[in-house]
Design a protein around this ligand. Sequence first.
Ligand SMILES: NC(=O)c1ccc[n+]([C@@H]2O[C@H](COP(=O)([O-])OP(=O)(O)OC[C@H]3O[C@@H](n4cnc5c(N)ncnc54)[C@H](O)[C@@H]3O)[C@@H](O)[C@H]2O)c1
Length: 332
Amino acid sequence: MAKDPVRVLVTGAAGQIGYALVPMIARGIMLGPDQPVILHMLDIPPAGEALNGVKMELVDAAFPLLKGVVATTDVVEGCSGVNIAVMVGGFPRKEGMERKDVMTKNVSIYKSQASALENHAAPNCKVLVVANPANTNALILKEYAPSIPAKNITCLTRLDHNRALGQISERLSIQVSDVKNVIIWGNHSSTQYPDVNHATIKTPSGEKPVRELVQDDKWLTSEFIKTVQQRGAAIIKARKLSSALSAASSACDHIRDWVHGTPEGSWVSMGVYSDGSYDVPPGLIYSFPVTCRDGEWSIVQGLSIDEYSRKKLDLTAEELSEEKALAYSCLS
Ligand SMILES: NC(=O)c1ccc[n+]([C@@H]2O[C@H](COP(=O)([O-])OP(=O)(O)OC[C@H]3O[C@@H](n4cnc5c(N)ncnc54)[C@H](O)[C@@H]3O)[C@@H](O)[C@H]2O)c1
């Protein structure tokens, strides 16, 4: 019997990530090739016409899994009955703007969208925040949607995770699918810590640690980390636009693994509400290694953290605490 359609909200759907993301969802890349979907696309009134253009293209693409499209600039209509919400819409930092000004705009967007989701989304709606500052936007959403379980609100660091896999595979000229268990700790910003201490590579003679195969600790602790941290800026420099197809694809990976589970023996990185694991202050949305099963994520426990890593974990936590304080100061 055919499955009931799942309603997926994409905010900022007229933007460039939205344009890459909605066809992926409609093709089953996010939820699977046998899962019908109804797309809810939300944007703001100045983007209303462009949003309708995207809707026309979705109709023209005749996706068999796509059972309906709601294209709207009304936040309540956009959020009504959604099972999954991918929050891509936000206010970008423009030249000459202070960090606080951008934060004020985004805090007010995420505060109002939190209420709309809380009051109108389907029960147990899963939320993924992509728009920057992703961790702090997700935290504001959580604070202003207290009836949505904290476990249901996450932010995207899977793009950084995938970038780390990509860099290791390029360095060793191996398939990216043979690399696993890198970790992105902390903020989706340049203080994030891409950690390969537990990462492995599939070889004909079994799994081997990344460090053993790379045989260049200097590269791993300097250039590799910097490349992953700065990859977003490198894409902007090359494309004159920020990453979109990789962000959209990683958002699909994030939701797919959350809903369908991570493969046995592997983990992924997700920005989730800290419970104090690894001495990360509780009350931050922080990227951890997680496994997923039955639609729930759990933080991987018991990984050893060396002194170098400890400093990096603390540094990115400090930045998140500062962002949190800034966000709260914008609310008052
Ligand atoms: N977490 C990540 O890994 C990651 C990666 C890349 C980009 N991003 C972030 O994702 C966001 C979107 O990037 P983009 O390149 O698609 O930007 P974009 O400017 O092309 O699109 C953003 C869209 O959001 C809309 N929007 C603005 N305010 C809105 C609101 N209140 N409600 C609904 N929609 C609203 C805009 O009209 C626009 O259509 C940015 O914040 C970007 O920094 C995050």
